[in-house]
Write a protein that binds this ligand. Structure first.
Ligand SMILES: Nc1ncnc2c1ncn2[C@@H]1O[C@H](COP(=O)(O)OP(=O)(O)OP(=O)(O)O)[C@@H](O)[C@H]1O
Length: 320
């Protein structure tokens, strides 16, 4: 299969991975990523992200199901896939006595058509560290070196396993900018991360894994929309929730009170906020500590993890 334009570069269908002792780490998941798309795999610890990515990278075969990368089976057709992919592992594990430049040169020797090492180092802002030994690098600098090595072959598909772990805020933003630039240049990126802000900011689409299954998948906005938005405020003395207009008519689906603090949940944030503010204006009431916010991916993540662990059967592919 040729992969031009918008065809799927990564296709995972009913993937299962069962380890030696019979433990099912990945329980039949399906997702795909197009050319020039960032797809994020999120999940609780032990959810099956690495077990999935290892199969995509061709490091292990699926127990059942099919996986295609650039139209090929990454395990049985490794020679066709490997030169077109870049892999950034969680632990680079390079000889610590080598300098950054030596490491880059050594790695470039294993990559066909590698770009010059200094170019890869420049992409990740490591030009000034070329002569430093790997063992002297900070944790964040090692992650940048790992990324530079993954970029040596100018890959069409890039696997990034927790790429910004250990990076400071600036390093994280730099990596995000680089991933966006690679994506805009047509690279397909499969990202695993524990930073929900990272997924929200970078991913075109994402899937949240829980106990080896996809609990929810979609764009960050679609996944976030599975959770209600919230309005919080403090009612002044002598006012009670019963003084508010009927909550259901404002699109409010639920509420809690804690002393004078009122929390409203709604899936119609604009309608609920307008109803509340118009009421306050007319009643001459000042709402202290007013906070109006859409659900974040973090709330969606926590909500889904909670919901799935409480329900007997996982909810598959709730958002198409
Ligand atoms: N070789 C193995 N043999 C048996 N079980 C394994 C093996 N490797 C991983 N597992 C188990 O499979 C499950 C999924 O692990 P995996 O590393 O894929 O999760 P993850 O989502 O990447 O987690 P984390 O976020 O903690 O890195 C875990 O329960 C883990 O203990």
């Amino acid at each position: 299969m040729e992969n031009n334009g918008h065809e799927h570069v990564i296709e995972v269908t009913d993937l299962r991975r069962v380890y030696g002792g019979g433990f099912e780490a990945v329980g039949g998941i399906s997702f795909s990523a197009r050319r020039g798309e960032v797809f994020a795999l999120l999940g609780t610890n032990g959810a099956g992200k690495t077990s999935t990515v290892e199969v995509l990278e061709g490091l292990a075969p699926p127990t059942s199901g099919t996986v295609r990368v650039l139209g090929h089976d990454p395990y049985t057709e490794r020679a066709a896939v490997r030169p077109r992919t870049g892999v950034m592992l969680q632990e680079g594990g390079f000889p610590s006595e080598l300098t950054v430049a030596e490491t880059t040169r050594m790695w470039a020797g294993c990559v066909s058509g590698a770009r010059p090492g200094h170019e890869a180092l420049a992409l990740v802002g490591m030009t000034g560290k070329a002569d430093v030994r790997v063992k002297q690098l900070s944790g964040g600098e090692r992650r940048r070196l790992d990324l530079a090595l993954a970029l040596l072959g100018e890959p069409e598909v890039l696997f990034l396993d927790e790429p910004t772990t250990g990076l400071d805020a600036e390093g994280r933003r730099d990596t995000w900018d680089l991933v966006r630039a690679l994506r805009d240049g047509g690279t397909t990126v499969l990202l695993t991360t524990h930073y929900l802000e990272e997924a929200e900011s970078l991913a075109d689409r994402l899937a949240i894994l829980h106990e080896g299954r996809i609990a929810v998948t979609g764009t960050p906005a679609e996944v976030t929309a599975t959770q209600p938005s919230r309005i919080t405020f403090e009612l002044p003395e002598n006012f009670f929730v019963g003084d508010l207009p009927p909550l259901d008519q404002m699109g409010v689906s639920g509420h809690e009170t804690d002393g004078r603090v009122v929390r409203l949940r709604t899936r119609e944030l604009q309608r609920a906020a307008t109803g509340l503010l118009v009421w306050a204006e007319r009643a001459g009431v000042e709402l202290h500590r007013l906070d109006v916010r859409s659900a974040s991916l973090e709330e969606a993540f926590l909500g889904i993890a909670r919901e799935v662990s409480e329900s007997p059967a996982p909810v598959q592919e709730r958002v198409a």
